[in-house]
Write a protein that binds this ligand. Structure first.
Ligand code: CA
Ligand code: CA
Length: 147
């Protein structure tokens, strides 16, 4: 049985659900959340996610408060990567707790549900430290991206 490649990993409807979850989270926070999907993850997963983060210009937000959910579908790897502005505010194990919450969904192949849950948790946490501002800019696209 062939594995689903990154680009067809989510149906159109699932992509919209993820986009909507990001839009909903970003109505409460100035933080910027993205989901990026690739087939493979070269070398260390966190280092790879860090490179993707920079490639997507997620390190260019005004408050350095971007959060990337990176999924390598064929390697079954998954990383949550938050920018430096967030590190000083969240407990060290916070991203692990988000990940732990998402993994049971992933194990049941409910990837969209798992991501939407993670996005919601990340948004709630971001809101505590980076509340939404009246003059907020949507600094980064909300659509799932692929490469
Ligand atoms: Ca924003
Ligand atoms: Ca955005």
């Amino acid at each position: 049985m062939s594995e689903k490649q990154a680009k067809e990993f989510f149906s159109e409807e699932e992509k919209l659900s993820i986009r909507d979850a990001i839009v909903a989270a970003e109505t409460h926070t100035s933080g910027e959340i993205r989901v990026h999907v690739e087939n493979h993850c070269k070398g260390d997963a966190v280092k790879h996610a860090e490179k993707v983060f920079a490639r997507l210009k997620m390190n260019k937000t005004a408050e350095r408060n971007g959060v990337l959910f990176f999924v390598a579908v064929l390697d079954r790897t998954f990383v949550i990567y938050g920018d430096v502005g967030i590190h000083s505010h969240v407990p060290e194990n916070f991203w692990d707790s988000v990940r732990d919450h998402m993994l049971p969904f992933f194990k049941q192949k409910q990837f969209t549900k798992g991501l939407c849950e993670g996005i919601r948790l990340a948004g709630d946490k971001l809101q505590e430290h980076f509340p939404h501002q009246d003059d907020d800019k949507d600094e980064l696209p909300n659509e799932v991206s692929f490469s």
